[in-house]
Design a binder for this molecule. Structure first.
Ligand SMILES: C=C(O[C@@H]1C=C(C(=O)O)C=C[C@H]1O)C(=O)O
Length: 334
């Protein structure tokens, strides 16, 4: 397995290992019954064969990547005008009752000036809780990241997920705990997930807490469902994605189409905020691909999204988007 030349998929497991699938991959429309298969799709779930079975599976210690060095990147700041226009459009739709929440995305672009794009993978060697590392590399294209957001984990009829929404700078942590706008934004996500999942089984909602990510903090509510019966993973993926942390609330064909259009206009990478996971001999877990870097050749993108509700203000959201991107750039040393 050669990380510099081969195609591969990578995800960190609960016990701190990296599960790496070496390409070429065979594609399937449904989750296979046994073995290892990666799930990779875009935000609109438009890939009809999202299950990718690797030629070979490797279980590695994270330090397998430690010799990779991040490239030097020349950045171009994202343009605020396009985002501001879409922010107003979201606000108008909220005012007229067509929407309660959506999640626009701003993207910062850069060009690699020296070093190797794949050198970014070196930063995945340092993966500490609560982060999950993920990567997909295919020829000159790829993405990798360290996300704090689990879409869900399914093991023997126990389904675990989380509501993760509401953001502040770590230095504002004490006042964040009382910030009604952030609490409301979080509760949209937590309550929608509880309602959406209650037909699957008994939902246990833990208390809202603060997840500390170093420079950023989020509200985090763990959820666990003891399932009444079996459901296919493909059905569960479509039921979950996009949660209101990354998608519209309420989620209808119309509100989804609006978000797809806004994301296109803002040139969000197609795989940003999408499910990415692995089925490993009976256990499935998928993360939400945020806090990552996307590349094509030497062109790099770092996207970030923010939940917009009626109480949101443009300047604050713009600052939050930058805060999230800066956290990614610092983590990947770019
Ligand atoms: C969309 C992102 O993050 C999501 C949005 C959040 C928010 O709006 O407060 C918080 C965590 C994530 O669910 C991102 O990091 O780009």
């Amino acid at each position: 397995m050669n990380f510099l030349n081969d195609d591969f998929a990578l995800i960190s497991t609960a016990d701190g290992e990296l599960l790496v699938g070496e390409g070429p991959f065979t594609e399937f429309s449904q989750c296979p019954r046994d073995g290892v298969a990666f799930y990779k799709n875009d935000f609109a779930l438009s890939d009809s064969k999202p299950w990718k079975v690797p030629k070979q599976v490797h279980r590695l210690k994270a330090d397998a990547l430690q010799d990779f060095v991040s490239p030097n990147v020349c950045w171009q700041a994202p343009e605020a005008g396009g985002f501001a226009r879409i922010f107003s459009e979201i606000n108008e739709t909220i005012q007229t009752g067509g929407l309660e929440k959506s999640v626009p995305v701003a993207t910062e672009c850069g060009v690699v000036e020296s070093g190797l794009v794949r050198g970014l993978l070196g930063q995945l060697a340092d993966h500490r809780k609560p982060f999950y590392s993920y990567a997909w590399v295919e020829g000159k294209n790829g993405f990798c990241g360290q996300t704090p957001e689990l879409l869900f984990q399914l093991r023997k009829g126990r389904f675990k997920t989380m509501a993760l929404a509401g953001t502040a700078r770590a230095s504002d942590r004490s006042v964040f705990a009382f910030d009604e706008k952030e609490i409301r934004e979080h509760e949209y996500v937590a309550q929608t997930l509880v309602a959406n999942l209650s037909d699957l089984g008994m939902v246990k909602r833990s208390e809202r807490r603060i997840m500390d990510l170093g420079e950023l903090v989020h509200f985090h509510t763990p959820l666990e469902i003891f399932m009444y019966g079996d459901q296919s993973i493909d059905f569960l993926l479509r039921k979950m994605h996009p949660t209101p942390a990354l998608g519209p609330h309420p989620r209808t064909q119309e509100t989804l189409e609006m978000l797809y259009r806004w994301r296109n206009e803002l040139e969000a990478p197609a795989y940003f905020g999408a499910p990415f996971g692995v089925y490993d001999n009976g256990v499935f877990h998928a993360v939400v691909t945020i806090r990552g870097v996307y590349w094509s050749g030497n062109e790099i993108q770092v996207p970030s999204g923010c939940g917009v509700i009626e109480a949101s203000r443009l300047t604050n959201e713009w600052r939050e988007l930058e805060l999230k991107r800066n956290a990614v750039k610092a983590r990947f040393r770019i």
